[in-house]
Design a protein around this ligand. Structure first.
Ligand code: PMP
Length: 410
């Protein structure tokens, strides 16, 4: 048992105590969304029961409490990613919103024949906004492909040039489970004068993030993938860039002064937060950050590594099972996509659900990658802090049972 589970953290997640189809639940769909500990749910509830008020407006006690808690969460998020200042920490709805805001900035910067480099493993939220902004500006979207199930750095180097204006790469792939060397890529991007954008949706929940050390210009994360509620996330942007960047949404809260015909904007970070924000979500994200920080992100990472070291070889040993991404345990995070020969991943996921094992099946919002791999879809098991070796065993046993069942009927 790892240091994490010694702390009996499973007791904080009552949702995991359920029996699903007569089996104890093994929740292995954490790359889609994670469960929330009681500490986060209590903070969410407490806010609505005791402190509910709008932020930054009122002078009454509840408004002051709500504002203080909301801004305290911003400070927690700043510390979590080690941004220099809370001015660089914008609350968003999640990674998708964050990346759309970045492409809004790109819309102001891109010119005809400029290039944007992304990789073939990107989630649709790091593909489609770039397609749109490139199409509008006559810029080109350039893809970096794979080598040995991970990013081909030689391909990336060969595609960087003075035409490159943005490089936007997932820190961890939500299908291949590989970690991309975003610090090295940021250095290369900056050498050609490009901005570096990191999609941290699958990294921030699982490892220590230091945006200053990574030296990226933008970094996005989603609260719901790291024990927080849905509808809240963070976009980090370097202060000098956010100062140049126009707001994406306009309305209340984000103004300094509104005249009849024009307006001026307030300071960072509020310039980007038009309207009433997701106050409860931001405060609960702060509680999720507290929870993870107390566990220690190094322990979170070590725990997942222990699970992957245990389960990956067992999966690789199943005849007819293909694991995507790097095959070495040292290079694979707790996102494991796989297929079983001759079986549709939806059938696999349904059969696993009969055994109480929750995995995802489909294209995982990464259709360019799925096409590149020459498949239609894949099943995916993804692990988090509360998963155990018993969950791993259940997964492996359920896959073997599924295989035997379908082989008997094929
Ligand atoms: N990028 C990656 C790598 C993801 O895994 C996800 C979520 N599956 C997203 C972006 C989008 O995150 P959200 O839906 O929370 O905006």
């Amino acid at each position: 048992m790892t240091a994490l589970l010694d702390k009996k953290i499973r007791q904080d997640f009552s949702i995991l105590e359920q029996i699903i189809n007569d089996e104890p639940l093994a929740y292995l769909d954490n790359a889609a969304t994670t469960q929330k500990p009681k500490q986060v749910l209590e903070v969410l509830n407490n806010y609505y029961e005791k402190d509910n008020a709008n932020v930054h407006r009122g002078v009454h006690t509840l408004a002051e409490r709500a504002t203080a808690a909301y801004e305290a969460s911003r400070e927690k998020a700043r510390a979590f990613i080690n941004a220099k200042s809370t001015k660089e920490v914008l609350f968003t709805r999640g990674t998708t919103t964050g990346l759309n805001w970045v492409t809004h900035f790109a819309d102001e910067v891109l010119e005809e024949d400029d290039e944007v480099i992304i990789s073939i493993m990107e989630h649709h939220s790091n593909v489609v906004p770039w397609q749109e902004v490139c199409r509008k500006n006559g810029a080109h979207l350039v893809y970096v492909y794979l080598k040995d199930g991970a990013l081909d750095m030689t391909d990336l180097r060969s595609k960087l040039s003075s035409k490159t204006k943005f490089v936007s790469i997932a820190h961890v792939s939500n299908v291949l489970g590989c970690v991309n060397p975003v610090k090295e890529i940021a250095e290369l991007a900056h050498e050609v004068g490009a901005y570096m954008v990191v999609d941290g949706a699958q990294s921030a929940p699982h490892m220590t993030i230091d945006v200053q050390e990574l030296d990226c210009d933008f970094f996005t994360l989603s609260g719901h993938k790291m024990l927080g509620p849905t509808g809240i996330g963070v976009l980090y942007g370097r202060e000098e860039i956010l100062n140049q960047m126009s707001p994406v949404e306009f309305g209340g809260e984000m103004i300094d002064f509104v005249h009849e015909q024009k307006s001026t904007w307030t300071d960072l970070p509020w310039k980007f937060e038009a309207g009433t924000p997701n106050i409860a979500g931001a405060i609960a994200l702060g509680a999720a950050i507290d929870y993870l920080t107390e566990l220690g992100m190094d322990k979170v990472q070590a725990h997942e590594h222990e699970l992957v070291s245990y389960v990956l070889p067992k999966l690789q040993a199943i005849d007819g099972l293909t694991v995507y991404g790097p095959q070495e345990v040292s290079k694979h995070t707790g996102v494991i996509a796989f297929n079983l020969d001759g079986l549709h991943p939806h059938d696999v996921a349904t059969a696993l659900d009969y055994e109480g094992v929750a995995v995802r099946a489909g294209h995982h919002c990464a259709q360019p990658l799925i096409s590149h791999l020459g498949i239609h879809s894949a099943a995916r098991a993804s692990f988090y802090i509360y998963n155990t070796k018993e969950d791993c065993d259940k997964l492996v046993e359920a896959i073997i049972k599924t295989k035997e069942f379908f082989n008997g009927t094929l």
